[in-house]
Design a protein around this ligand. Sequence first.
Ligand code: GLN
Length: 489
Amino acid sequence: MATPLPTLTECRQMLDTGKTSSLELTTQALECIAELDSTIGAFLTIIRDQALAAARAADARLVAGERTPVLGIPMALKDVLITKGITTTAGSKMLMNYVPPFNSTVAERLERAGAVLLGKLNCDEFAMGSSNENSAFKPVHNPWDHTRVPGGSSGGSAAAVAAGEAVFTLGSDTGGSIRQPASFCGVVGMKPTYGRVSRFGLIAFASSLDQVGPLTRTCADAARVMSVIAGGDPRDSTSSSREVPDYVGALKSTHLDGIRVGIPKEFFVSGMEPGVQAAIQDALCELERLGATLHDVSLPYAPYALPAYYIIAPAEASANLARFDGVKYGYRAAEGDAMWDVYAATRGQGFGSEVKRRIMLGTYALSAGYYDAYYLQAQKVRTLIRKDYEDALQTVDVLAAPTAPTTAFRLGEKSGDPVAMYFSDVCTIPLNLAGLPGLVVPCALVDHLPVGLQLMGRAWGEAELLRIGHALEQSSGAIGLPGRQIQRG
Ligand code: GLN
């Protein structure tokens, strides 16, 4: 049986001291994928030969004495991140055969730092979904229970880390797509502040909400990945050139004395599973034991985040997806002579039903006569939600809440009911509307399924979140990987 990969921090130590090589780790990753991925379905593309070549090149750099946080580390990217010369599908038939001629900034930064790309990860089509069941190619199965979803839309990214197939992965989070699958798969997931990580080469879903971030086994691992991908980019005018702090150095102190943790009551929604609620309460008590103080706070407009998001995100998506018309690149339907017939046939065949639903919702909300009633109103709600966070984060340092109301649900359980599906992001969406950073840390197993605590912070406060998450992880211990879970008191 293939051995799951060690954590990034463990790999780093073994690589830097010559106890292992990138080639060995990469071979191990490829063996794991070969053994497990026909069941898990996390990968859409595996680039075996390129990965082995990159591993050899990384080994040469290591031998020459070079060190970076990710040098020689086998990893993989969600298939909404553009990779030069490597098929990038966004989980859609529309881009089934698309081989990009350029790299996304995050792919380029990881490549330059010597990370070893194993392949591209399954996701919901154009990152629209909460269960990975909207992938045009295949669903992903949760490594903890193969009958359950891994969460979405970065389901492949979370499952690959939980299955030990990749040391770390990148996902994208528009309304929770890094954090919710991190919670469902028992891994760490970070959504950075809007503008902290470049979106250049991220296939756009809703541009004012999308952020790229890491999925890892530990907070220290996330800190290392963040230190490579964060920072301004002249090719993304919404990225910030503000200095990137020392994320790894910030983890040194593991007591939380003086940290004020706010508990927003609106996040404990009705319909939340009692086991999830209890697990979150336990994690909050643990934060208190580490020296933090807990404070009840209120984000009164948070309950309006879900409806506002399902106006704003589809509105932006309808504009972003207009480029897929069968002319410039991507899928093109065979039939139709007139231009409009080609457009209609191409989009009708190339997009799946959830994507079509979003385009229709979005164009409707933006159309004359409805714009004021829906889109403008939703933008006003967004401003109020942002203000809620600003107010709350003046009295406390961070907020802590559940990530999702449930643990991983069964495949097919919600796919017939879009509203029930949308509800699984009720705890993650408010943060995207506010543009603030969030971190999910696995905190318990409930009926053998992982639950993650969500920490939310001030703009550019990633280091603080990582430090608190790391302290929690150190004191309560990791939950482990499926089949190797750690028994906890
Ligand atoms: N599940 C949410 C949606 O379907 C969020 C997706 C995301 O964060 N990319 O829109």
